[in-house]
Design a protein around this ligand. Structure first.
Ligand code: THU
Length: 130
């Protein structure tokens, strides 16, 4: 298995744990740290709707809270024909912790596309603006 396939497979596995009873839109993400460790995340919804956390941010917070710094890539998996890019809030967080990494989008049928963060998030607000 290639590194990308391994990351997609981890995102797929994380997606199995999605708590998405309100949208029924199940998302899995996986983040590869420069240490080699992979952190999975799924979307976790809430009856208030607004407190929902996306799969990407769950993966990032897991990794950061485990002491990881520095990441090589993130994968996002959904069961849709049109691949799912990270939402705006997640782009901000991915930029903060991962910078210009490849974002690997995939679905359950094996379709994949890789987009770099610089292209998904061309004019970021970050620490360089402070
Ligand atoms: N969602 C994610 O987890 N990641 C994305 O990139 C897009 C949206 C979740 C949030 C919510 O639980 C559901 O998908 C529908 O928006």
């Amino acid at each position: 298995m290639s590194e990308n396939e391994t990351l997609i497979s981890a995102a797929n596995q994380a997606r199995e744990n999605a708590h998405a009873p309100y949208s029924n839109f199940r998302v899995g993400a996986a983040l590869r740290a420069t240490s080699g460790r992979i952190f999975g995340g799924c979307n976790v919804e809430n009856a208030t709707y607004g407190l929902t956390v996306c799969a990407e941010r769950v993966a990032i917070f897991k990794a950061i809270s485990e002491g990881e710094r520095g990441f090589d890539a993130i994968a996002v998996v959904t069961d849709t024909d049109i691949l799912t890019p990270p939402c705006g809030a997640c782009r901000q967080l991915i930029w903060e912790f991962c910078g210009d990494v490849p974002v690997i989008l995939a679905n359950l049928k094996g379709k994949t596309e890789t987009i770099r963060m610089k292209d998904l998030f061309p004019k970021p607000f970050d620490s360089s603006n402070l």
